[in-house]
Ligand binder design. Sequence first.
Ligand SMILES: NC(=O)c1ccc[n+]([C@@H]2O[C@H](COP(=O)([O-])OP(=O)(O)OC[C@H]3O[C@@H](n4cnc5c(N)ncnc54)[C@H](OP(=O)(O)O)[C@@H]3O)[C@@H](O)[C@H]2O)c1
Length: 284
Amino acid sequence: MKILITGCNGQLGNEMQLLEKENQQHTYFNTDVAELDITDEAAINRFVADNEIDGIVNCAAYTAVDKAEENQELCHKLNATAPGLLAKAIEKRGGWMIQISTDYVFDGTNHRPYTEEDSVCPNSTYGRTKLAGEQEVTSGCQRSMIIRTAWLYSTFGNNFVKTMIRLGKEKPELGVIFDQIGTPTYARDLAVAIFAAINQGIVPGIYHFSNEGVISWYDFTKAIHRIAGIKDCKVRPLHTTEYPTPAARPHYSVLDKTKIKQTYNIEIPYWEESLEQCIDKLGL
Ligand SMILES: NC(=O)c1ccc[n+]([C@@H]2O[C@H](COP(=O)([O-])OP(=O)(O)OC[C@H]3O[C@@H](n4cnc5c(N)ncnc54)[C@H](OP(=O)(O)O)[C@@H]3O)[C@@H](O)[C@H]2O)c1
């Protein structure tokens, strides 16, 4: 198949590119904004038609959750309108699309892991625009999968893991939120799951994906520091109220991954094992 990857310079886009080497039965068109701006409808239609694209994995997005509150228009354009344009373009060719979404479509008031059937209720601009993107893709392309993920990190780009390593080396003390509960996702593991779907065949619908396990950001930081060998930084637990941010975050966003595991017969690694692998690759 001829597969278009958008946002290839991001965390997930880079992990996809690495795994392409192990999936050489397909031809890949790796693009970021310089090669294909996903807000440019004419450019998308031309690219998809000229290159006879069979499927799209949309890794591009507006991911600055707090900045989104003051850039609502741009955020909506990138997270909602643009995925809809990609979906319509690939639908014309009878192709498929994988759209990546987020745990922020939920308000975080659950006390048990969210399934794909749970009702959505985003409480941030980022969450609302990503939900609108899910709807655009689902209505625009019949053979589409929405994969909601959470707390994404990678050796590529900027993320929580890299920030905590840097701060842990710089500061004697650090406060981190302990009353937001979820599960981290190593972008490489998500890319492995995406390739399972591509190779086994697109089964349309919504899916949840993160690593296995449940922790708080505080626990995550403690583990990051332990694995990275950072001993001289004291990590203090903070309430969300002690660390106000422009965008509200869900207090609880653990995702139930039963559907994707059963559909594609995949095993998902435990968060700590994947974190060890990522930090190992960072070469600390
Ligand atoms: N990061 C998380 O914690 C998290 C959590 C849940 C879900 N997700 C979702 O997971 C997916 C992948 O996230 P990620 O962390 O890998 O994102 P990322 O690192 O921010 O990468 C997004 C990429 O899209 C590019 N892009 C921006 N505008 C574009 C345009 N108009 N046309 C084409 N490309 C454009 C960005 O370029 P610039 O950098 O130049 O803007 C960047 O390279 C996204 O759908 C995100 O919403 C992420």
